[in-house]
Design a protein around this ligand. Structure first.
Ligand SMILES: Cc1ncc(COP(=O)(O)O)c(C=O)c1O
Length: 394
């Protein structure tokens, strides 16, 4: 037997474990033992693609539309996405700037590869979506976390970006609405952020994967602020198609050919079948279904936030989008990771501890995903109503 393996790349040491996956495994084990588990730990809509999208997939498969497509994606889909920016957000985007990818994950990988040199720092909020740090690490960049709190709705501000900008910083990656907090950056502040980064000669990537799930106020795309901004989005969340692995980027016109050659080499193309099917997302029938589902998410948020507060959790910032609540469990525990595991074992309620999202007080917070049916959310609240008083500190 071979005893020694070749060394892994040094950067592997910087790729952190995904702690939440442990909790997911535990929840699955409990379920396989016959326990009832309410999973509010997963950032995945409980809806599937609308019937027209499934039908389009079947038709494309039957017609043998299964070969490689152009690396930038099918022209009709790029056009449909460009039209969607006009109808949904009132922004003119030329189809040439639309790059179809393997989910927002593929989009962020391409953006990181195109923009980051070894040693470049990229500013992120803390808390942030865990994978953001790893896209940067993967290209030997340095993810630079800036602690943010309720005072800025857990988001970066222009002032924070200016204060943390150094010679090594090359740009920022922000999300609005964000994971894990469900909070958006006020549109005016977003403009100031973009202006600040622009003045430094840096890049701004805005992850708008949850923009379609904006519940309060008008959803506005960062693209309104100019065509030098890189925007990422996906069919995973608003369009309820997580496993189809389809997303997109809008890039500055002068970057298209660079993104094209990168996409050709790294991915050849996004899934052909998923692309053919996604064309049906934009039909009036599918859009009506999506709007109805968005209302359902909003109703869940309007139920769960006051219910959590009544249970004694802190909700320091009201979430206005996505399907997450970032809640403070310090009335019950000084260690949210232990608390999350304990709650899962005792009452079968799964939430994600703050640990994966950053280093700024993660022990205080849990992320709840309300991408699960209202009846299950009610059940979880009932379970917690009985159990939490036995956990209260002091
Ligand atoms: C903020 C954010 N960005 C990107 C992604 C990646 O999504 P996908 O690759 O499924 O499009 C996620 C998934 O949870 C996310 O929450």
């Amino acid at each position: 037997m071979i005893k020694t393996l070749p060394p892994l790349a040094n950067r592997m040491d910087r790729i952190l474990p995904f702690h939440a996956m442990e909790l997911v495994k535990q929840a699955d084990t409990l379920e396989s033992q016959g326990r009832s588990v309410i999973k509010m730990s997963i950032g995945e809509p409980d809806f599937t693609a609308p019937p027209a999208v499934v039908e389009a997939l079947i038709q494309a498969a039957q017609a043998g539309k299964t070969g490689y497509t152009q690396a930038l994606g099918l022209r009709p889909l790029r056009e449909a996405i460009a039209r969607y920016y006009k109808t949904a957000y009132g922004v003119d985007v030329s189809p040439e700037r639309v790059v179809i990818t393997n989910g927002a994950s593929g989009a962020l990988t391409l953006a990181a590869c195109a923009l980051i040199n070894a040693g470049d720092k990229v500013l992120l909020s803390d808390p942030t979506y865990p994978c953001n740090r790893q896209y940067i690490n993967a290209f030997d960049g340095v993810p630079t976390l800036i602690p943010v709190g309720p005072d800025t709705r857990f988001q970066l501000t222009a002032e924070l970006i200016a204060a943390n900008w150094t010679e090594e910083v090359k740009g920022t990656l922000i999300a609005s609405p964000a994971n894990p907090t469900g909070t958006s950056i006020a549109f005016e502040e977003l403009g100031k952020i973009i202006e600040t980064v622009r003045a430094k000669g840096g890049f701004t990537i805005v992850d708008e994967i949850y923009l379609g799930l904006t519940y309060d106020g008008e959803a506005r795309s960062a693209l309104e602020y100019g065509d030098d901004i890189i925007v990422t989005n996906s069919f995973s969340k608003f369009f309820n198609m997580t496993g189809w692995r389809l997303g997109w980027l809008i890039v500055p016109p002068a970057f298209v050919s660079t993104f094209e050659k990168l996409a050709q080499h790294l991915f050849i193309c996004p899934s052909a079948l998923a692309q053919h099917a996604a064309l049906a997302c934009f039909s009036p029938g599918s859009m009506a279904i999506y709007r109805q589902r968005k209302d359902e998410f909003k109703a869940r948020r309007d139920f769960i936030v006051p219910a959590l507060k009544a249970l004694g959790f802190g909700v320091p910032v009201e979430p206005d989008g996505a399907f997450y609540v970032y809640l403070d469990c310090s009335a019950f525990s000084t260690d949210s990771t232990h608390f999350a595991h304990h709650m899962l074992q005792e009452i079968g309620v799964a939430m994600t501890p703050g640990l994966d999202f950053g280093a700024a007080a993660p022990e205080r917070y849990l992320r709840l995903s309300y991408a699960t049916h209202l009846d299950k959310l009610r059940d979880a609240v009932e379970r917690m109503r009985v159990w939490l008083p036995t956990q209260a500190i002091g």
